[in-house]
Design a protein around this ligand. Structure first.
Ligand code: GRF
Length: 214
């Protein structure tokens, strides 16, 4: 009797840089911790993003789509949608993605886009808070705890419903780089694959709000 093939949701991961969060998702899938979804597509808005190499090394389709090559925001987003729909994407994961996505785009994929933010929203988030800038602000404020947040993406930067958070200690003498790495290791790389599995299991069970039949 052949084992019943588990239905899996199709995941697309959007990146702009090194792709360590993408790597955490790929590793979780390989280890079986992420089993309700499978990464079918990686899109980078930067041609030289190392994350594209990570995707290729994992045998996943990797495409660079730049706003410059597309000529306009509308054409850029239309190309993203074409690729995402061609891959029959169920869940879009923004993993270090730094390009603007319009309300048209986020509404097109209502409750089907998640993002990892390297702070405990509502702290240190919104316009201009990305990458090291987040940790520089946290250290400047003197917080003793920071962390990471997985949230749904809507038209407000870092404004969507919070899905999961994990706190990480801040130590005297921390630099933005040290804090960033600690938050990646202790929070981001754990939270994102877990959130992807949770949402994909709801999708395949037909229980996810982003997939309710009208
Ligand atoms: C990092 O600052 C991370 O905290 C945030 O995006 C940046 C790049 O991450 N989520 P990655 O290594 O490209 O996943």
């Amino acid at each position: 009797m052949s084992a019943k093939k588990e239905k899996k949701a199709n995941i697309a991961v959007l990146i702009s840089g090194g792709g360590t969060n993408l790597q955490a998702i790929l590793d979780a899938e390989k280890a079986g911790a992420l089993h309700s979804g499978s990464v079918k597509l990686v899109i980078s808005n930067r041609k030289r993003a190392y994350g594209l190499e990570r995707a290729k090394n994992a045998g996943v389709k990797a495409v660079a789509v730049t706003r410059k090559d597309c000529g306009s925001q509308e054409a850029f987003e239309a190309e993203l949608i074409r690729l995402l729909d061609e891959a029959k994407t169920d869940l879009i994961v923004l993993a270090g993605w730094l390009a603007i996505l319009s309300e048209n785009f986020t509404r097109h994929y209502e409750k089907r886009i998640i993002n990892i933010h390297p702070a405990l929203i509502p702290s240190f988030c919104g316009e201009g808070f990305y990458g090291l800038k987040v940790h520089e602000a946290a250290l400047a404020k003197g917080v003793k705890v920071s962390g990471a947040t997985v949230h749904y993406v809507n038209e407000i930067p870092d404004g969507g419903e919070i899905i999961a958070q994990k706190a990480v200690r801040v130590y005297p003498g921390d630099t933005p780089e040290k804090l960033q790495l600690r938050i990646m290791k202790q929070a981001e790389w754990k939270l994102l694959p877990k959130a992807a599995e949770q949402i994909c299991s709801e999708i395949v069970a037909g229980k996810h709000p982003g997939f309710q039949e009208d």
